[in-house]
Design a protein. Sequence first.
Length: 132
Amino acid sequence: TLAKRRTIISAGIGVLLLTIVIVLAIVTLSKPTRSVATFCSTYKQEDARLAKSYGDTYSVHPFTHDSSNPHDFVVALSNLDAVAPKEIEPDVKTLKQLFEKIDKDPSQALSASLSGLGAESNVSDWTAQHCK
């Protein structure tokens, strides 16, 4: 009958919509992949974005561009931290936290930069070795 067909069609549409919602939720909520390839791709994207920044007050290697806005580096390092392989992630996180500190209080730039020299060197060397 017509009522039965409508019920079946409605149920089918409901299942289809539920499947779409579940797939979208999984894609949206899944964490980025931590891999060398993803890190290198993200590094290149962030370095290109930093090329559009203005000024030269702050710099951090491995990036090849400077910026007078420490928040530019907070964003770049946050994006790198999300995809950094486990072997380099602690150093990327340290750099991100240092620039968060500088972003909140620029007077901390000297002490923050001195405390981050080891992490900066490690990230720069690792990136040069893996992201050719």
